[in-house]
Write a protein that binds this ligand. Structure first.
Ligand code: QAP
Ligand code: CO
Length: 171
């Protein structure tokens, strides 16, 4: 089922999420709804809180070099914990909860996390490149943070001004 995506400045996006304790059918239904919603909105990543569910669940499904998005490459990451981070990289990020806005953000270049899959099985894995960036972006959602909070003071002021203007015109 396609769900509504919460859009900035919705207060619910600031709520910290909680760990999943039961790896059951209701988790699988949540994962399905998140996937349907992410694909429908043409996203490559989504955190549960973006559809109003404050659980530590995120999806990442990067696009291939040929432009296709294949479900075989879908990562379902539950209860992630950062074990290691290193290096610095900059990437122009966007977010389904801040539609139409893209800006460069600094992140760690590599990240090692532990997490669980849909069956509750524990994994430990290191990610690099766009996967590392996407994990950090989505894990920020689980802590109630958005990428616009990482902008410089001037860029944030410009964003606030543009966003207000956009809301006035009703976009
Ligand atoms: C998070 O972002 C991310 O503004 C996922 O109009 C960001 O899927 C991962 C989107 C950067 C890696 C690098 C944004 C779709 C999708 C928009 C997204 C929009 C339509 C964003
Ligand atoms: Co986002």
């Amino acid at each position: 089922m396609i769900r509504e995506i919460l859009v900035y400045p919705d207060k619910r996006l600031r709520e910290p999420s909680q760990d999943i304790t039961h790896f059951d059918a209701s988790l699988h239904a949540l994962l399905q709804d998140m996937y349907d919603t992410m694909i429908h909105k043409e996203g490559i990543g989504l955190a549960a809180i973006q559809i109003g569910v404050a659980s530590n669940v995120l999806l990442i499904n990067l696009v291939e070099e040929d432009g296709t998005q294949n479900k075989e490459n879908l990562y379902e990451i539950i209860n992630p914990v950062v074990l290691e981070k290193n290096g610095i990289t900059v990437y122009q990020e966007g977010c389904l909860s801040v539609p139409g806005y893209y800006e460069e953000v600094e992140r760690a270049e590599r990240i090692k996390i532990s997490y669980r899959d849909r069956d509750g099985k524990a994994h430990e894995k290191e990610f690099t490149d766009l996967m590392a960036i996407a994990i950090q972006h989505e894990m920020d959602h689980l802590s109630g943070r958005l990428f616009i909070e990482k902008l410089s003071y001037l860029k944030r002021k410009k964003f606030d001004k543009e966003w207000k203007k956009k809301q006035k015109v009703g976009k």
